[in-house]
Design a binder for this molecule. Structure first.
Ligand code: FE
Ligand code: MN
Length: 423
């Protein structure tokens, strides 16, 4: 399959070689030039659980010395053990004091640090070239403009829906503070994404009402949004979270939002917009979508880990019947995404083949199912866009802070999320 003849001129290309090896070696974990974080080693606390402590941690009678993110803490051993044992994804110790220590879910704190290291702001990305292209008579096709309108229209609704569900459903129901911490960051990243769309709308001079009208008028957008909002609404009431069917409702929410929506239904447009970017169209918008995609990789991983942890702590929910229902939901999500792809690509243009995008969605959906240990829908389906896999890897590994120094720069560490490494 031949993609774009001008691919060499694609702005991100030069980064790939430079970064892959170096970052693999240097930037995994939270290692950066400014600070080196001691790799935590587990130590036995009460029960079979473990807690992070400093390497060769000092032991003082009745105390527990813990090192997290390069900081040392001395905790009362007995209290630390009690808190640790009482921490759960749901139905755990519930306090308003946000006691992070001792960390039980180290992965959640690690992910939080990774997300923070990838912070970006829309206004840092120049839009002058996009504006010039948007206004020109010959630099873009109608189909290019339509894809960008669909991208802005769909994501304007979707980012809000995800952020609202994270904040008002998932973050409300989980009890461990480190889980609330990373979910708060997740919600904030959805704010950044929503804000970036506003920045695109204002830069291009798109009528915001026209954009809102898409949530109502484009049937495939309405269907995608209804699919997820229904599942979110089902949990917005008082539920007895000791009941298996209610825990399954929450697990379903985590699966649908993380794996079906952010993990699969975002990827049709991500693929289209990044393929335009690869043709040197919309350099600013493409850059923002690539940062958004990198953030989404972390969100998918967060919700995947959270679901797996919830299942581990509540194994009774993971029945064959329940697993089948989740696979069925993914099947529905894929069907909706394929209808949406038809709406995004009413006319095929260079490099944008409708059938390839549908195969791509099948491929992505199976990776998500695999990630949570569920059976695949299309065993053996191949990724029709190898260039996209390469591009996604680069975007995750590229240290964009090197291009410009910003005041919020805290760390040069950009960790490659495990999740999308093979996409
Ligand atoms: Fe987002
Ligand atoms: Mn997200």
């Amino acid at each position: 399959m031949v993609f774009f003849s001008n691919a060499k001129a694609w702005p991100g290309g030069a980064f790939f070689k430079r970064w892959t090896r170096e970052l693999e070696r240097k930037l995994m974990g939270f290692e950066s030039q400014e600070e080196r974080v001691t790799q935590e080693q587990p130590v036995e606390l009460s029960g079979s659980s473990s807690v992070a402590v400093a390497e060769g941690g000092e032991s003082v009678e009745g105390k527990k010395i813990i090192e997290v993110g390069g900081k040392r803490f001395v905790l009362d051993k007995k209290k630390a053990e009690e808190v640790f044992a009482a921490k759960k994804v749901i139905n755990g110790i519930d306090t308003m004091t946000f006691n992070l220590l001792p960390l039980k879910y180290q992965w959640a704190y690690d992910l939080y640090r990774n997300m923070k290291a990838n912070h970006w702001e829309p206004e840092d990305i120049p839009m002058n070239k996009d504006i010039e292209q948007w206004r020109s008579a010959d630099q873009l096709s109608d189909s290019d403009r339509w894809i960008v309108r669909m991208g802005i229209g769909y994501f304007s609704a979707a980012e809000g829906i995800v952020g609202d569900n994270i904040l008002h459903v998932i973050r409300e129901m989980v009890t461990a503070p480190e889980l609330k911490l990373v979910l708060g960051r997740h919600a904030h990243e959805e704010n950044i994404h929503a804000d970036s769309l506003l920045y695109m709308i204002s830069s291009l001079g798109i009528d915001p009402h026209e954009c809102e009208a898409m949530f109502v008028d484009v049937e495939s957008i309405v269907a995608k949004n209804e699919f997820v909002t229904r599942i979110s609404k089902d949990l917005r009431r008082d539920l007895d979270m000791t009941r298996i069917e209610n825990i399954q409702e929450l697990a379903k929410n985590m699966f649908v939002f993380g794996q079906c929506m952010e993990g699969t239904q975002f990827y049709g447009l991500f693929g289209m917009i990044l393929s335009l970017w690869r043709q040197n169209k919309f350099p600013g918008i493409g850059q923002m979508f690539s940062y958004t995609l990198r953030d989404e990789s972390n969100h998918i991983e967060l919700l995947r880990q959270l679901l797996m942890q919830l299942v581990e702590e509540n194994p009774a929910i993971w029945t064959n019947e329940f697993k089948d229902s989740l696979v069925g939901l993914m099947r529905t999500a894929v069907g909706l995404e394929k209808q949406f792809i038809d709406d995004c690509l009413p006319v095929e243009s260079v490099g944008l083949n409708r059938d390839d995008f549908k195969i791509y969605i099948d491929f992505i959906a199976d990776r998500r199912l695999e990630g949570v240990g569920l059976p695949l829908l299309n065993e053996g389906v191949k990724n029709p866009f190898p260039w996209l896999a390469e591009m996604m890897d680069i975007k995750k590994e590229q240290n964009f802070f090197e291009q410009r120094v910003t005041e919020y720069q805290k760390s040069s560490a950009l960790v490659k999320p495990q999740d999308d490494s093979d996409l």
